[in-house]
Unconditional design. Structure first.
Lengths: 156, 244
């Protein structure tokens, strides 16, 4: 299987992040209108260096990093919102801004509270793609495509 | 994984991948038979609609060797679909070439795949998807299917993942075949974008909207935002990615 790198580039006008995450009930999230939490979109200043967070690869955030708050995602038992730091078009850090507690109330958090979600956002190896949609392919193009690698893995 | 199996065939000049997920699917003769019916149905659609085949009904219709009344009723159905698609897209989806020939290629792939996929719909307890060179029709329970959106600037990478349970995903773009989508309003080839991916309840309409959005070029993102219930990913000529 080819290495797959997830690259999510942000735009000034805002960003909608679509995530799948594994919870005990194994449900997928759907996007919902923001009902609170941090404003979605690009965060004007660098992340607060005093807030607890995992060490970033290549050192701390630099001035060229773009920090983006995802739209709050409504899941069955509350709201999840993730903040990502993008450097050169790659996500180098993901933090959970708010996540529900067991009673369904959203909490604001400074640390990754849903490690499965965050790791999937950053780590290419756990992307677990089932299929790939790309522009029309020639027969030669198919042989080099991700879809052909996925097909080959399941032919028997 | 014994609960998932893939079949691949080359039809309509492109690779068609069928994936089915369910208990012991590799040994389920019902599933294997259905998949063969899916391929047979796609071959039948290719014989009717392919503009690359001089003996297809569409080619013969365009040469006036057949009247519409003499064609398979599905030809009339696709003509009607093309007319509705033109209305829904301000004419940016346009199946009629300047010389009067009808070319339904922009929609017939998605339409044929969506219809053929229905042959798998009543397999109890099974999830499936059909991928025809990037146009995907799917149905899955539970956590759905995870569909990577191919990076048009690097086909070994994905831009992100759409998680889908039912419907269709279509991508229109230049990544593999060069600038091949015509802007019908200017009759030039649309080169303003690298790719447009549209996802929603129907692969047929995802295909229509992706084709029309690509033909719009730079104005595509604003137009796609007006389509309630549809999600899209646009990659512009500089490689910048926008989601809506």
């Amino acid at each position: 299987m080819r290495r797959i790198v997830i690259v999510i580039a942000s735009t000034i006008s805002g960003l909608v992040l679509l995530f799948s995450y594994h919870t005990s009930t194994n449900r997928a999230g759907t996007t919902a209108a923001a009902t609170g939490g941090a404003q979605p979109g690009v965060v004007p200043s660098a992340p607060d260096p005093s807030s607890p967070s995992s060490p970033l690869p290549n050192g701390g955030p630099s001035g060229s990093d773009r920090v983006v708050n995802g739209a709050p995602v409504s899941i069955e038992w509350g709201i999840v919102q993730v903040q990502i730091t993008v450097r050169n078009g790659k996500i180098i850090q993901a933090r959970t801004l708010q996540a529900p507690d067991e009673n369904g109330h959203s909490l604001f958090v400074n640390q990754e509270a849903l490690p499965v979600l965050d790791r999937e956002a950053v780590s290419a190896q756990s992307a677990r793609i089932d299929a790939v949609s790309g522009a029309s392919e020639t027969s030669q193009g198919y042989a080099q495509s991700l879809q052909s690698a996925i097909d080959t893995a399941h032919l028997s | 994984m014994s609960d998932r199996r893939a079949w691949v065939a080359r039809i309509m000049g492109m690779p068609i991948s069928v994936h089915v997920r369910g208990p012991e699917v590799g040994r389920n003769q019902d599933v294997a038979a259905r998949v063969e019916r899916v391929f047979a149905e796609l071959r039948r659609m290719d014989a009717l609609f392919s503009t690359y085949r001089p003996d297809s009904e569409v080619s013969r219709l365009n040469r006036h060797e057949l009247t519409l009344a003499e064609c398979d009723p599905l030809v009339r159905e696709v003509i009607d679909l093309c007319e509705r698609a033109a209305q829904a897209t301000d004419g940016y989806f346009d199946a009629w070439l300047p010389d009067g020939r009808w070319d339904p290629s922009g929609v017939v792939k998605g339409w044929a795949v969506e219809n053929a996929a229905r042959l798998l719909a009543d397999l109890p307890g099974h999830d499936y998807y059909l991928n025809a060179a990037g146009d995907i029709a799917l149905d899955a329970g539970g956590s759905g299917w995870r569909i990577g959106i191919e990076d048009p600037t690097d086909r070994g990478q994905v831009l992100g993942v759409l998680v889908a349970q039912r419907g269709g995903i279509a991508t229109s773009g230049t990544a593999a075949r060069g600038a091949h989508v015509r802007n019908p309003h200017t009759d030039t080839t649309a080169t303003g974008l690298l790719s447009v991916t549209v996802a929603g309840a129907s692969l047929t309409w995802a295909d229509v909207y992706a084709t029309a959005a690509f033909a719009r070029g730079a104005a595509a993102l604003d137009w796609l935002r007006t389509l309630t219930g549809w999600q899209a990913v646009v990659v512009d000529a500089t490689g910048e990615v926008s989601w809506c």
